[in-house]
Design a protein around this ligand. Structure first.
Ligand code: ATP
Length: 361
């Protein structure tokens, strides 16, 4: 569960009927999935109630193969769609939480449905509700960026990978913001790459359970509340969120800024602080009186311009996404978004070796 995340406060949209019709246009063939790139399975504690049973069919169609993700509200399973012979991800959330109807996934499927066709959101193949759960059937993705970082040899990513990740997150947020919503939980664990040769360099933003509408269909911004509840994850939220301000696109971009720092530097300066008041103090030290050079020494200095641009933005205005992208491109030039990432380059050697071994048998 995201630290400090709470129940979404938007009006819910009803879940689609059970199950929503599959859209053949959005169904991607997953028959030739290389199991090596699938997310690692988590152990299921048999004592803990509420899991979907392994090797049984959910809704008579999706054979549950393992647990791949577990948040505070829902669980994500790898499953085989027995009708199409394809691997999918199933996100489930109990319909009731502490006696109340759970709304997060209802809102999430609503926003995901609106965003279908955009390059940086997961494709959804169906959604609805079963006896005890709300569920979303979606495109299966690779391990998340937070776990990629953790498994890299020095627990950080190269400037070139970070630049390309951040470029794509900004593009993902531009699409979401243009639909009228703010994400409110941008962090490395909510970013995954695709698993196919044509999608493995495309970053997908996940977890739309905390979104909030900030502007109307007309483009007019909603009146900000004087005091908003805390939504997000302490490590990545902006100073404004600590101060309980209404979130705007600016706040998502501040989370992108902290994400960039964490991926590049290995950790954020407040990683080991437990109290939210201490975290916000250090965030203030970092940017409140201009960018603090102490915290941007060595390799981190490449982030100074990006930090300046984001932290000097007006939170009440639409961001200039193109300018931010131009600024972050400096980190990965002359590479391009389709070039292999460092983790592929290290596994490429191994793939070649294992292929050679197979061939020589
Ligand atoms: N479609 C997918 N394919 C592969 N892995 C996924 C997919 N969706 C989610 N995951 C994995 O599951 C993890 C949790 O997913 P998600 O954030 O959507 O769940 P959540 O219950 O809303 O979490 P939280 O309580 O942290 O907000 C992600 O970090 C990711 O690693």
């Amino acid at each position: 569960m995201s630290k400090d995340t709470k129940q979404e406060d938007n009006a819910p949209t009803p879940v689609t009927t059970t199950p929503m019709a599959l859209n053949p246009k959005t169904v991607e063939k997953t028959m030739f999935v290389n199991k090596e790139v699938l997310p690692k399975m988590k152990k299921i504690d048999p004592e803990e109630p509420g899991h979907l049973p392994l090797n049984e069919k959910f809704m008579k169609r999706w054979l549950i193969e393992g647990l791949i993700g577990k948040g505070g509200y829902g669980e994500i399973y790898l499953a085989l769609d027995v009708v199409r012979g394809e691997e999918v991800a199933i996100k489930v959330e109990p319909k009731k939480r502490r006696g109340k109807l759970a709304k997060r996934m209802i809102l999430e499927q609503h926003v995901l449905a609106k965003m279908q066709g955009k390059p940086h959101v997961p494709m959804i193949y169906g959604s609805g509700h079963a006896e005890k759960y709300n569920f979303i059937i979606m495109q299966i993705l690779s391990i998340n960026v937070g776990d990629i970082k953790k498994s890299s040899p020095n627990k950080k990513l190269s400037q070139c990978s970070v630049g390309r990740i951040i470029h794509q997150v900004i593009a993902a947020l531009q699409d979401l913001h243009e639909t009228g919503y703010v994400h409110r939980d941008v962090k490395p664990a909510n970013m995954c790459f695709g698993i196919f040769p044509h999608s493995r360099h495309t970053l997908i933003l996940l977890d739309f359970g905390l979104v909030r509408r900030y502007k109307m269909e007309s483009g007019e911004w909603r009146e900000p509340r004087l005091r908003a509840g805390f939504r997000g994850t302490t490590r990545y939220v902006s100073i404004r969120v600590h101060r309980r301000c209404e979130q705007s696109p600016y706040d998502d971009l501040v989370s992108v800024m902290y994400t960039a720092y964490e991926l590049l530097a290995g950790e954020l300066p407040w990683k080991h602080l437990e109290k939210s008041e201490e975290v916000v103090q250090l965030k203030e030290v970092m940017t409140e009186n201009g960018i603090n050079p102490e915290l941007f020494q060595g390799d981190k200095s490449v982030l100074i311009d990006f930090f300046k641009q984001v932290s000097e933005m007006d939170p009440m205005k639409e961001p200039c996404y193109e300018k931010l992208i131009e600024c972050i491109k400096v980190l990965y030039a002359p590479k391009v978004l389709t070039d292999p990432y460092e983790w592929e380059e290290s596994s490429k050697g191994q793939d070649e070796v294992s292929e050679e071994n197979t061939n020589s048998k």
